[in-house]
Write a protein that binds this ligand. Structure first.
Ligand SMILES: [Fe+2]
Length: 282
């Protein structure tokens, strides 16, 4: 399997490593959350240290999505602050990247993500896919479009949608009233669902997803029921097409305190630090 089922990890338990000079982001620290051994796509948290900069006319040979978890990062003339999102297609021209105080950035690269000097070759850059910046903390949000999720306590913000594949990235902000039911239906999607819990807690049969939780779930896997009493802010992606949901007929009791019982590749399970600092956000 190119990209295995990981559900779920607390990213606090993943160790940092430092990226080398030949990487897309030399000198940053990285937490690898999941990766595709075939395409080299990765989901990572990048930690740009204070004073970091990259002054080089270059492009990256893969699509890059970023969501700023903390700090600020400037790419060319655009400043990204906490909660800001961008979809920078493969070949997007970059002249400078810099941070003064440092930045922690959830980052999704869709392919080999090589940093290549100079401008992109003809045909690589697809400007239709560009989302230069979404400031999630200041723009207006809508409601969830699935009627089984929609309520006054659930807000939805679309971040990007691929014009060809329908792959979508969005934020879902559930407040403390939005998903408190003692029972809920099970759901199945025909696409990959990938989630990072930015804040709050979500309760599922395989454990309590706290802030910093992450999963990559392949298509076709029934999951849930899901509930939250604290509320939760989640960064979601679906891969393989737009998200549709098949709901079970029957509702099932939400398990509010299920013990941690994840589905993980052996190597991932062995790499996690059991004594992580749960007060950290990731
Ligand atoms: Fe789901």
């Amino acid at each position: 399997m190119a990209r295995p089922h990981i559900e779920f990890i607390q990213t606090q338990a993943v160790s940092w490593s430092t990226l080398g000079d030949d990487s897309a982001r030399p000198g940053t620290e990285v937490k690898l959350l999941s990766h595709d051994t075939d395409s080299k796509a990765v989901t990572v948290i990048l930690r740009y240290p204070a004073g970091w900069s990259l002054d080089q006319e270059h492009h990256v040979d893969s699509d890059e999505e970023l969501y700023v978890l903390s700090g600020t990062l400037t790419i060319n003339d655009t400043l990204y602050e906490e909660g800001d999102y961008a979809f920078l297609p493969a070949g997007f021209p970059r002249s400078t990247m810099a941070t003064s105080d440092g930045a922690d950035v959830m980052t999704f690269f869709e392919g080999a993500h090589n940093r290549v000097a100079g401008t992109a070759p003809d045909g690589l850059y697809d400007g239709r896919k560009l989302v230069a910046r979404v400031q999630s903390k200041s723009v207006a949000w809508g409601g969830a479009n699935d009627p089984k999720v929609a309520s006054a306590g659930v807000k939805y913000l679309a971040l990007s949608r691929d014009p060809d594949t329908g792959d979508t990235t969005w934020l879902l902000d559930i407040d403390e009233t939005g998903m408190t039911g003692e029972v809920n239906r099970l759901e199945t999607h025909p696409v990959v669902e990938e989630v990072f819990v930015v804040s709050g807690e979500m309760h599922m049969p395989m454990g309590v997803l706290k802030k910093g939780a992450y999963f990559w779930r392949p298509p076709g896997i029934s999951h849930g029921p899901v509930g939250t009493k604290t509320g939760a802010l989640g960064l979601f992606r679906c891969k393989g097409g737009p998200l549709t949901t098949e709901w079970s007929e029957d509702a099932h009791p939400v398990q509010w305190n299920a013990p941690y019982d994840p589905i993980l590749p052996e190597a991932v399970a062995a790499s996690l630090s059991p004594d992580y600092d749960a007060t950290q956000p990731y």
